[in-house]
Design a binder for this molecule. Structure first.
Ligand SMILES: [Zn+2]
Length: 621
């Protein structure tokens, strides 16, 4: 969803002291009066009271035949309502615990919520099995009913999931074993990476020790020696625990590969494509276009190397800042004013954003105990969102604000839908956010008073994103494909994992990177490979990024007011329906876009190439 915990946050400033603001800027009282307040306690008690009764009703459901339709309808409405209440509480607790990571009461309630959610998920698995047992004729008749039609798609997905399930008692066994199996390997990885430290040995400086989590921000350091030392030092630390890490990766992939045939799944890409709600043709069309256009991001890397006075960059330099940095600090007021001005092209978004700011939906001030990163979270119960970020006055912070406002806008256009229609896949989660971000960067580029340094900084960031989504993410995808392919025949050694990684890097980055400065340990350091809930946590990023670029191109191409209004009406329907049909069907029906045609994906990459041409000209100045 739009929570950003697993995303790719921009490197944060590192090591600066954070002045203290007294308390969060946002108003959470529309959620609850407070943690432990009477309305909050009553809400929690009602959840605890209602869940066992729901589970009993699921277990007692009659078969889904016309005689049972009304019992089913009533129970589905209650389950959906319960789900919305869980989201409401989860959203609130997410805000409270991010605003003060040291809040023990919030932590305790987060753990309690996870238990409630697990019990609810069990009831949903039971429901899914029953839904899968009905005939397709009865299912079609059921979802044609007026009170069910709106949630036909989420129900059809549940039914598809049940077709990919083993017998209920085997699924129950798999769920129980997962706790000490695949999930335990994931936890082991989290523990190892959470406590791993590395030595940062920059020539001419005394060595320092840091947690490996710091490597990422050090890779944004202006000093190339710091970046190189961070990557090498971090990788030495990973090498030291490589046997345990590769065991986790082998076990996570191995568990899935054992379960897939028992669930009638013949292709390891099927489950991630199902999670992403896209078909094989769409993924293939996108990857084909991305591979065919690798020269575009590679050319940027070569230009960037020259701008940094180098022949070629290394893997550690992919997010290096330009020497002409734009360090004119922004106030919060100036940033919000600029974001709102940039949204003027899209009045509905502008109105929404100015309302969100006025109604205190955003916690932005730096404060002790505040968690790093940014996210947007929404409650389907009250139809409101909250945005969490730490505004430090740099251009990237203004972009984060626009990004999160885009997520909140996506939720807002869904407010009147049923809760289960508001649940969209990760592939479409980043469309609205990246689109909003792009309106802001476009405004900088269109502003005749913007300095060369500022324009370069904006283009540099957009092209760094291009390298991320067109080279780095596809590299992860190909590594993971190769790993799963070989894992079917046995365990993979540390040396082989490094070989597969380097080979994927050569394939995508070509000779744009120094062959002696690749990152063979990327498979160990990247958390995304160890997420046990979903495999291939990579291609949906490229999908979302490119779709939002393609849509932005269409917005810009709409010249007259009427054309613009018609584009934005289609765009809003696209967002609103993102949880109600597969991505391909939504894109075709609302925007006339064919996601299975690689031509669309080429159009999206054309825009990155256009950015590159402007960057090239500016660098040459
Ligand atoms: Zn996002």
């Amino acid at each position: 969803m739009s929570e950003e915990g697993l995303g790719e946050p921009r490197p944060e400033s590192y090591g600066e002291s954070v002045p203290s603001a007294p308390r969060p800027d946002w108003d959470l009282t529309p959620f609850f009066q407070g943690l432990g307040a009477p309305d909050y306690v009553e809400f929690q008690a009602a959840l605890a009271r209602d869940l066992p009764a729901l589970a009993v009703r699921v277990a007692a459901l009659p078969p889904l035949t016309p005689d049972g339709f009304s019992v089913w309808s009533a129970l589905l409405a209650d389950l959906e309502g319960f789900w919305a209440r869980l989201r409401h509480l989860s959203s609130y607790l997410g805000c409270v615990s991010a605003a003060d990571a040291r809040d023990d009461a919030a932590r305790r309630d987060v753990a309690a919520l996870a238990r409630t959610r697990a019990a609810f998920d069990k009831a949903m698995v039971d429901l899914r099995t029953r839904l899968g047992a009905c005939t397709s004729g009865d299912f079609s008749a059921f979802v044609a009913r007026a009170e069910i039609a709106a949630i036909a798609y989420p129900l059809a997905r549940l039914r598809q999931l049940s077709a990919r399930s083993m017998a209920p008692e085997l699924e129950a066994l798999a769920t129980d074993l997962n706790v000490d199996g695949i999930a335990a390997w994931g936890r082991l990885y989290d523990q190892l990476s959470g406590s791993l430290e590395f030595a940062l040995e920059v020539p001419g400086r005394p060595p320092e020790r840091h947690p490996v989590s710091v490597v990422r921000s050090l890779l944004g350091d202006p000093d190339p020696a710091v970046r190189r030392a961070a990557l090498l030092g971090g990788n030495r630390a990973w090498e030291g625990i490589a046997d345990s890490v590769v065991a986790a990766l082998n076990a996570i992939a191995g568990t899935r590969l054992t379960l897939y045939p028992r669930r009638n799944i013949s292709d390891f890409l099927d489950p991630p494509r199902f999670d992403a709600a896209i078909g094989r043709a769409t993924l293939d069309a996108m990857m084909t276009a991305v591979r065919a256009r690798a020269a575009v991001p590679r050319r940027f890397l070569v230009l960037k190397a020259r701008a940094l006075g180098r022949e070629r960059l290394g893997f550690q330099d992919l997010e290096a800042p330009l020497p002409t940095s734009d360090d004119d600090p922004l106030t919060w007021e100036a940033a919000t004013t600029r974001v709102l001005a940039a949204f003027a092209r899209y009045p509905a978004l502008q109105r929404f954003a100015s309302g969100a700011i006025a109604r205190l939906w955003i916690d932005h001030q730096p404060r002790d105990g505040k968690r790093p990163g940014g996210f947007c979270t929404s409650s389907p119960l009250i139809g409101q969102s909250r945005i969490f970020l730490t505004f430090g006055g740099v251009l990237g912070d203004m972009q984060t604000l626009a990004h999160e406002l885009g997520h909140a806008f996506h939720s807002a256009v869904m407010t009147d839908l049923r809760p289960w229609q508001q649940n969209y896949p990760m592939t479409l989660a980043e469309t609205a956010s990246t689109f909003a971000e792009q309106l802001v960067t476009d405004a900088v580029l269109d502003d005749p008073t913007a300095t060369r340094a500022r324009r370069l900084a904006v283009l540099d960031q957009r092209l760094i994103d291009g390298v991320g989504f067109l080279l780095n993410i596809p590299m992860r995808f190909d590594f993971e494909c190769a790993f799963y392919e070989e894992r079917q025949r046995g365990e993979i050694s540390v040396a082989r994992a490094c070989e597969l990684m380097v080979s994927a890097q050569r394939q995508h980055f070509g000779d744009a990177l120094d062959p002696d400065e690749l990152d063979p340990w990327f498979w160990a350091s990247k958390l995304h490979f160890y997420i046990v809930g979903t495999s291939f946590y990579n291609f949906p990023y490229t999908f979302g990024f490119l779709v939002s670029r393609g849509l932005a191109a269409r917005a810009v191409a709409a010249r007259s007011g009427a054309e613009r209004a018609s584009f934005f009406a289609g765009y809003e329907r696209f967002l609103a329906e993102s949880g109600s049909a597969p991505a391909e069907a939504v894109a075709r029906a609302t925007l006339g876009v064919d996601l299975g045609d690689s031509g669309f994906w080429h159009e999206c990459i054309d825009l990155i190439e256009r950015d590159l041409a402007v960057f090239e000209a500016l660098v040459a100045e």
